[in-house]
Design a protein around this ligand. Structure first.
Ligand code: PLP
Length: 401
């Protein structure tokens, strides 16, 4: 028996529920069960060939050494160009840092700025990692519920009410995981008007899904909508979702140089730098042909339309069409209190998700995202799998009494 005693920060957090749900689905499949896995948070597409090729070229050219802590000049120039095109803001290169995924960048930004129970406002439903990252860094997550009736979006009044003298950050994520909700320019301006009154509050804007957007034009960045706040906005993005590069592990952050310097100082003691090869590939992705994004977003849009139509035809559940990202956050209030054929009661969304798993579909309970009763389905899977999952969900719902 090992007498290992984890540090308090480990005890404060839980493993990512989405990773755990995906692992459970894989286990059941390995046991021979036919499970349609709708938990996956990564594109089902392969990384485009031209991007892979840039990685191969980097290996052959000997770009296989440590790079600057904050990323190569080529990558930071590519990021600066992309940010300028997307937000209109010209970030100097020392205001940009690259790391091993958007996840690592967010963690480092919180590690660099949060301690002693500083408060971090997190609108719910939220990406599962934010509260745990805040807790791991000795901060206090302040969860603000954003109901479906408000489009799952933070309202200015709710933001105002959540701010205290101890507030350090507001974390905004749009398009959102898990709802796909995205703020219009006017909605961002209204939030910015509140933030203008509270100069001690900084905003971490997680725009990792900004390319996966089903509306007209492009998803509006907070930096574009509220340029007067740029001195306290930390913008996070990456190549994982837009370019199907989850395994390459490159994300980036851009914001006030002193914060970026603090992130770099931590990074210098944690990983030294992100992978040199992945950086070359990410630079090629950002600078190169963007046709992959257009084609993949068209596929996600078709899948969304099919899934939303099928799900809304099922009694007991309903689903608002997401404006972006590749998830559906499905309301299952109409099923709570029902009984499964084997006699078990569906008392909450976790019960429903476990029942659904027995019926052959893996999903994630809304409780993991801070709002019940809902469940999240990923549509980063084929139309055939989506049709199959929706048919199984319909059957599972019809069998409840
Ligand atoms: N932010 C959100 C909202 C996400 O859903 C994810 C991944 O699931 C990330 C950030 C981090 O992505 P990565 O670390 O692959 O860049």
């Amino acid at each position: 028996m090992s007498d290992f005693q984890p540090a308090a920060r480990v005890e404060r957090i839980k493993p990512s529920p989405s990773t755990a749900a995906a692992a459970r689905a894989r286990e059941l499949k390995a046991e021979g069960r036919d499970i349609v896995d709708m938990t996956v948070g990564e594109p089902d597409f392969d990384t485009p060939d031209a991007i892979k090729e840039a990685g191969i070229v980097a290996i052959r050219a000997g770009d296989t050494k440590y790079t600057p802590v904050n990323g190569t000049l080529a990558l930071r120039r590519a990021i600066a160009g992309r940010l300028q095109r997307h937000t209109g803001h010209a970030y100097p290169l020392d205001a940009i840092t690259a790391g091993g995924g958007g996840k690592q960048i967010i963690f480092l930004a919180l590690m660099a700025s949060v301690d002693n129970q500083a408060e971090v406002i997190i609108p719910a439903p939220y990406w599962v990692s934010y509260p745990d990252m805040v807790l791991a860094n000795e901060g206090k997550p302040v969860i603000v519920t954003c109901p479906e009736a408000d489009g799952f979006k933070l309202k200015p009044e709710a933001l105002e009410a959540a701010i205290t003298p101890r507030t350090r950050w507001l974390i905004l994520n749009a398009p959102s995981n898990p709802t796909g909700a995205t703020y219009s320019r006017a909605e961002l301006e209204a939030l910015a008007a509140v933030l203008q009154r509270h100069p001690h509050v900084w905003v971490l804007t997680d725009e990792i899904y900004d390319e996966i957007w089903f509306g007209e034009g492009k998803a509006v960045s907070l930096v574009e909508a509220a340029p007067s706040l740029v001195d306290r906005i930390f913008l996070v993005n990456g190549v994982s979702k837009s370019y199907a590069m989850t395994g390459w592990r490159i994300g980036y952050g851009a914001g006030p140089a002193p914060l970026v310097a603090a992130v770099n100082k931590l990074q210098s003691q944690i990983s030294s730098c992100p992978s040199s090869i992945s950086q070359a590939a990410a630079a090629a992705a950002l600078d190169g042909d963007q046709a992959f994004i257009i084609d993949s977003v068209a596929a996600y849009r078709r899948r969304r339309d099919i899934a939303v139509e099928r799900l809304n035809a099922i009694d007991g559940i309903s689903c608002t069409a997401p404006e972006g990202a590749f998830y559906l956050f499905v309301n299952c209030a109409g099923l709570i209190g029902k009984t499964a054929p084997d006699g078990r009661k569906i008392t909450n969304d976790l019960d429903f998700v476990l029942y659904l798993l027995d019926c052959g579909v893996a999903a994630i309970q809304g409780a993991a995202y801070g709002l019940s009763p809902y469940f999240r389905l990923s549509i980063a899977t084929s139309e055939a799998q989506i049709e199959k999952a929706c048919a199984l969900i319909a059957k599972a719902c019809a069998a409840l009494s």
